[in-house]
Design a protein around this ligand. Structure first.
Ligand code: SAH
Ligand code: SF4
Length: 370
């Protein structure tokens, strides 16, 4: 990394056009450049044959493309892939790919750690280190797309969906998350449909309003409790933005598109939020809100103060909510043999040696050094 050079992975199409304008270049040149980097995965300026030689030289002098490093790559028995990416400052983040019959979902991180300290989340327990740059966010997508096609040519493993559900609260790093999501949607970059890119938030209400006004991506809200008393305990940001304000913004979030729904995530914690009375409160709370509910079996981590609800309890809860007419799904737990399941994304590996050794024992494809 060269401190005097600009990392062009930080720019979405509009930012790239501004930069190219400063070089005296037309907007379509910036578009071609975006296509080289993100569409074709080419980071060597010299290989960008439709750009003039003098432009390529200018780019080489001023700019660079810096991606995170692949520190570890691990394939789970169910096809889930988990990467540990090392950043230039030594921090690490995790990204997970989850293949299903009709889609391939990439779970992307937005921060190193998280400041919001939800009581059931291992990322929250780790504390907050820093925001990711746009380059580090979109770099996860760039690397996943390339690693998936390089490491297994037998299967057509594509990224068709992105969920901002890795480490961090994306709406507290909005400035860097937005250009990265713009690139995910950009036809010249990753060309994902707006319904296939989902931002998940614990409920940062003012930023939800901003997101609604600036991006068309899908929205998931980490609800987890149907009343303020319990939500204050599980999702502490509820003390700042209580359910009344959260539900007010959710009610008319997709104003123009009446059929679009918000996904409400609800982690199933035995004896805490999984009782019939909670299902009843949830139904009342979601009245008049364009809602789907996704029940997430709690993924335990060391010293977690909770246990996952039993299958029967989860099924009964789902049945109750469904009976009110709300579409309710139960998330399949995937990749837990690679610690890639929700809430297990512990990125900053302090005791890297021990963890790396443990991963290697379980690994079913070779460890990829960067
Ligand atoms: N900060 C954002 C996005 C990252 S968390 C948010 O909270 O929405 C992604 C999802 O994983 C959230 O719904 C979160 O509540 C859930 N999650 C966190 N820890 C979990 C755990 N231990 N078991 C199951 N789901 C968990
Ligand atoms: Fe942060 Fe989301 Fe974890 Fe809460 S659930 S601590 S907001 S990452």
């Amino acid at each position: 990394m060269d401190a005097n050079k600009i990392n062009l992975l930080n720019y979405d199409r509009n930012m790239m056009r501004d930069y190219f304008a400063r070089l005296g270049e037309k907007p379509y040149r910036a578009d071609q450049f975006i296509k080289w980097i993100h569409g074709d995965g080419i980071t060597d300026f010299d290989a960008m044959t439709n750009l003039s030689k003098s432009l390529r030289r200018q780019l080489q002098e001023q700019a660079e493309i810096i991606l995170p490093e692949v520190a570890l790559e691990k394939l789970s028995t169910d096809g889930t892939v988990k990467w540990l990416f090392r950043l230039a400052d030594g921090n690490s983040i995790e990204t997970v790919y989850i293949p299903e019959s009709d889609r391939g979902t990439l779970c992307v991180s937005s921060q190193v750690g998280c400041a919001l300290d939800c009581s059931f989340c291992s990322t929250g327990k780790q504390g907050f280190s820093r925001d990711l740059t746009t380059a580090e966010i979109i770099g996860q997508v760039w690397l996943a797309v390339r690693r998936l096609s390089e490491t297994d040519k037998r299967h057509d493993r594509k990224v068709t969906n992105v969920v901002m559900m890795g480490m961090g609260e994306p709406l507290l790093n909005y400035e860097n998350v937005l250009p990265a999501m713009n690139l995910m949607l950009d036809d010249f970059a990753y060309s994902l449909a707006k319904r296939r890119v989902t931002l998940s938030t614990s409920g940062v209400v003012p930023m939800m309003e901003k997101l609604r006004d600036t991006s068309e991506v899908a929205l998931a809200v980490s609800l987890h409790a149907p009343n303020d008393e319990l939500r204050n305990e599980l999702v502490p940001i509820n003390k700042k933005y209580p359910l009344s304000s959260l539900m007010a913004v959710c009610k008319n979030y997709f104003k123009e598109e009446t059929k679009r729904k918000i996904t409400f995530e609800y982690v199933m914690l035995a004896g805490i939020n999984d009782q019939p009375k909670h299902a009843k409160q949830l139904i009342t709370l979601l009245q008049g809100v364009p809602a789907k509910v996704n029940l997430i079996p709690f993924n335990p981590f060391p010293h977690a103060p909770y246990q996952c609800s039993s299958d029967e309890v989860i099924q009964a809860f789902a049945h109750r909510v469904r009976q009110s007419g709300i579409i309710t799904t139960i998330r399949k737990t995937r990749g837990d043999d690679v610690d890639g399941a929700c809430g297990q994304l512990v990125g900053q590996v302090q005791d890297r040696t021990r963890r790396a050794a443990r991963w290697r024992e379980k690994i079913s494809i070779p460890v990829v050094a960067a």
